[in-house]
Design a protein around this ligand. Structure first.
Ligand SMILES: C[S@@+](CC[C@H](N)C(=O)[O-])C[C@H]1O[C@@H](n2cnc3c(N)ncnc32)[C@H](O)[C@@H]1O
Length: 316
């Protein structure tokens, strides 16, 4: 697709995660965890077992957790999954502070035991659970919120899985590493003044998958001779969509397109019975169906009509 650039994680950030593993002692920032044993340093013999895995164990600071949750805004209705959960602090924080439920997965059995103990000590053992599981192999479709602090290549490897499995509208927060050409929706630098190193938190909202061919009919008032049939050909790169809409083989380019979770909006502008007409489409995607409205303006009296489209061929 045009206009979309691939950005790579800065090497400095990648080196930092490794640098932190080698000998830097972690100090919990004051906050929800202060002096409750949830963010204490893990015994080195447990911590070191992660060195042989895809990502070593380096805990996120409380300031990073605050930034993750500032973006993702957990509530009691949320189910959080932390991919590579370490000592469990992210899911425990979400449960304790926001009443969310969730689980973490990690291949380091020692860390999983630490995390489950800490969840119990924090009084959220029923809502925050931890399992010995491989983050590449587990189904994550049950999450409404996903967090991760992994390495750049691991995050990129996970990208297709996250796009395929997660429900539209699911929020994702990642500490330090982004997903390349899955453009992040927001980012925040977490001040490192007190610890000497700043961090970045990236945020995404999962869009519905809409690539393919869509068909719909709009029933216009009599001055446009009733119903017209349209075909929409949509290309998608994550939340960015482009393409065209055809009526009687006359193509009109999609413009002002936007996806926000399951919500889709786009416009087409062109000639219709010798009038220049703009159509603004807005709807909600549910699998291979979209339901919403189309609003006409320009050389016509502004008016809205129901819009129902169905996908006849899926390209993702
Ligand atoms: C950088 S730590 C992040 C811990 C925690 N999420 C946080 O932000 O505080 C990454 C964790 O991923 C775990 N890990 C590495 N490879 C994994 C895999 N394939 N499946 C599950 N966990 C893995 C490591 O054991 C480590 O605890």
């Amino acid at each position: 697709m045009t206009g979309i650039t691939q950005v790579f994680a800065p090497l400095g950030a990648r080196v930092r995660l490794f640098a932190l593993v080698v000998g830097m002692s972690f100090v919990a920032a004051p906050g929800v965890f202060a002096q409750d044993g949830v963010t204490d340093k893990v015994a080195p013999e447990i911590e070191n077992r992660s060195d042989a895995l895809d990502v070593p164990f380096v805990p996120s600071t409380t300031a990073v957790l605050d930034a993750m949750f500032e973006f993702t805004k957990p509530t009691r209705g949320d189910y959080v999954i932390d991919l590579g959960s370490g000592d469990g602090r992210i899911v425990i924080y979400a449960a304790k502070q926001f009443g969310a439920r969730g689980h973490g997965m990690d291949l380091n059995e020692g860390l999983v035991a630490v995390a489950n103990n800490r969840a119990k000590r924090a009084g959220v053992g029923d809502r925050a659970r931890f399992y010995v599981r491989d983050l590449f192999k587990e189904d994550v479709s049950g999450a409404s919120l996903v967090t991760m602090y992994l390495l750049p290549e691991v995050v990129l490897q996970l990208r297709p899985k996250l796009f395929r499995e997660l429900k539209p509208g699911t929020r994702i927060a990642s500490h330090d590493y982004h997903m390349g050409n899955w453009r992040f929706d927001a980012a925040k630098v977490v001040d490192g003044a007190t610890r000497g190193e700043e961090s970045i938190v990236y945020y995404w909202k999962v869009p519905a998958r809409v690539a393919g061919t869509w068909k719909w009919t709009v029933s216009y008032p009599a001055y446009f001779e009733g119903a017209r049939e349209y075909t929409g050909l949509v290309r998608q790169q994550y939340q960015d969509i482009e393409g065209r809409v055809e009526h009687d083989l006359q193509p009109m380019r999609i413009h002002d397109a936007k996806m926000d979770g399951a919500k889709i909006a786009f416009s087409i502008t062109g000639e219709m019975d010798e009038r220049i007409v703009r159509h603004d489409y807005a709807g909600t995607v549910d699998g291979n169906r979209i339901t919403g409205t189309v609003t006409m303006s320009g050389g016509v009296q502004p008016s809205s009509f129901p819009w129902q489209a169905r996908r006849t061929q899926a390209d993702n």
